[in-house]
Design a binder for this molecule. Sequence first.
Ligand code: PLP
Length: 386
Amino acid sequence: MIYLDHHATTPVDPRVVEAMLPFFTTTFGNAGSVSHAYGWEARDAVEAARSAMALAIGASDKELLFTSGATESNNLAIKGAAGRQRRRGDHLITVATEHRAVLDPCERLARRGFQLTILPVDRQGYITPDQVAQAIRDDTLLVSVMLANNEIGTIQPIAEIGRLCHARGVLFHCDATQAVGKLPVDVEELGVDLMSFTAHKIYGPKGVGALYVRRRGPHVRLEPQIDGGGQEFSMRSGTLPVPQIIGFAKALELCLAEMPDEGTRLAGLRQRLFDGLTAAIEGVSLNGPEWDVPGRRLDANLNVSFSGVDGEALMMSMREIAVSSGSACTSSNPEPSHVLRALGIGDDLTRSSLRFGLGRGTTADEIDLAIRAVADSVERLRKLSG
Ligand SMILES: *Cc1c(COP(=O)(O)O)cnc(C)c1O
């Protein structure tokens, strides 16, 4: 099997597993136990992890809190801001290509009486800062825009949007799940007030995520969505998953150390994949932005349509490669991807799309095998359908 679905999840790096192991058995204390050394040791390890991770994104220790993943971080950011800051207004702004973990909380709030503006994107999936500027009203409470798209790799102009949100006194949330560990991400440079990310997309364990919550200029307060023991600055209660947090910090450290070289390597493999597919198959079209200008599309992402071929059927016919047609998070429902739809490419091309997500283990040999497998399957399916 060849795994080319790294936007859905990644294997845990063995170095991450190794860092986690002592925290299951030896240093197993509850980081909230203040009365003995088991608790202190666990707490010290968590705080060291928090510190390193906060530093890595340009934040301070008290601005980073741990959650169960980016879904929870997005929910806490959006519902938490809406619940606590309603005096700022009740208007929310987001984008049509956001992950469901952003769109669904926004839509739930809209059903509860909030106003919601969903900005359309252009053919490559971009919004402009101008669109955001024009959508902001006096009663706008929060803008939520993702950094990098999980289906088509579009990298949004977050820093410009951050500047104009701050100038207008509007809170700015960013789902940076696909960007952290792959691009330089600094909360000050980006001007974000809230930022979500998760461990399992960066070779860390599943079940742990983080939310950056700005403390200075402005001090952002959130209504907790989970009440209890008062952990995580009383914004997210629950016993901390110490091994996962240690693994998360290790995973981020490794990504940052390898980032520039790994980005170049993956961009090269993505080019090889695209060139190979277009050479071997007729009627291949690219979905999302081109990558001739650096910083416009994630290096590891390729999304293409094969005209006249059903993407779902294509995916199922290739037992040897793991790819995705649409977002894995919604693949239980057969609706065409809302992201591709938002590009306006038409339902036919949307239904004939495949998403390739390259990653740390991907080799040139695997890319060549994948090209062969896709080409053979496309040919077979086109013959079948005449
Ligand atoms: C994977 C993903 C999520 C959800 O993250 P979980 O940790 O699995 O909850 C949210 N946003 C984006 C952009 C993602 O790619």
